[in-house]
Design a protein around this ligand. Sequence first.
Ligand SMILES: [Zn+2]
Length: 389
Amino acid sequence: MNRALLLFYFCILLYTTKAISQTYNPFYGDIVNTVSASNIVTDLTTFENFGIKTNGSTAINNAKNWIVSRYQSLGYTDIVEQPFTYSGNTTNNIIVTKTGSVYPNTFIIIDAHYDTLNGPGTNDNGSGTVLLLEMARLLHNINTEYSIKFIHFSGEEAGLIGSNYYVNNTAIPENLDISLVFNIDQVGGVNGALNDTLICEYDASNPTENNAESLTKTNSLANCISLYSNLSTELSYAYGSDYVPFENAGKVITGLYEKNETPYSHTANDVLANMDPNYVFEVTKGSLGAALEFAVGISTLSTQEVLPSQKKNIKIYPNPSKGLVTVSSNFKSMTYYTVFISDILGKKVYEKALNKQTQTLDLSRLKKGVYILTFKNKTEVVSKKLILN
Ligand SMILES: [Zn+2]
C-alpha cells in the first residue's frame, strides 16, 4: 500500500470514528435537562381522561384533536391528518414534519401509536405519545441537519393498520428517504418496582440487508440513553409494533420498550396509578439525547468557546496503557459516578460504578485500540480518549 492510500484510509477511519461514536454533547445535555416531569404527568393525565381510544370511538377522535392542537400550540405548521378506514370506521395517523437545515429531504421518523385497547392505555401507549409531545416541544427551536417526522399512528392494536397504511400509501409511493425509524411503545414502567432499565430493540428478521445498520443505530440509541438519562439498557429483538411495516420495506429501525413489563396492558387498569411517571421522564431524556444525535442538532455556540466538559478535571493514566488504568476525578458529588467505555463504533464495552476519587480499572480483557471513556454522575459528564496498546 502506498503512502497516499494509507493516508486516505486513515482519514476514512478518523471520519468514521467521528461520525458514529457518541460522547456526551453538552449542548444536547443542556436541552435534555429542560425535559419537564410535570408536563409528562399533565399530558399522561389528559391522555388517560379521554378514555378507551378504539377505532371509531369519540375518545380516539378527542385524543387526535388534542395531539394536533398540542403541535399547533408548540408552533408546528406542517401537521397532516392521514385518514384510513378499517372495520367500517375511519381513524387518522398524525404526521408532523420539522424540516432539517442540511438534509431537508432525509427523514428521521420518531413514532408512537395513540390508539388503545380495552382501557385508557396510559402506558400502552400514552407513554410514547406524551414522550413525543415533550420531545417535539424541546426540538421545535433547535436547528437540526436532518428533517424529523413525529408520527402518531392509529390502528396499531388492531394489527399495525396505521403504520402499514403510511408505509404503503406515503413512504413507498413517495420514495421517502428515511434514514431511521425510531419507535416508542409502552415505556411507562411499573408502579412500586425499580424501573431502572430500558430495552433497546433492533431488527433481527427478514429482509436481512437492513439488520446490521439497525444494530449499529440501536447501539447508538443505547449509548445515548446511558449518556442522557440515569437508565441502564438491554438490547433485544424488535417485534409487534409500528416499526414492523418499515422493517419489512427494508428501512432501518430501532425502538424502545419497558424492561419491567406492565401486567395491565390492554386492560382497564392500564392507568397512571399503576405506572412510574419518573421512568417516562428518564426515557424521554434519553430519547431526546438520541433524537439530537440522530438528527444532528446544531449548537449556536462557536467552536472556539470552551464547553463545560473541557473544564472538568479527569485524569487517566497511563495513557496509552497496557490494561491497568487509573482514573482520578474532581467531580463535586463523590457519592458515586459511573464510567462507560465505548469502542470506536460507539458500542459500550465496559461499565463500572465508582465510589472513590482515584481508582484503578483492569481493562486488560479489552482489545488493543482507541476507546472513549465517559464519566457521569447525576449532574456532570466528561468524556476522554484512551488508547490501549
Ligand atoms: Zn402498544
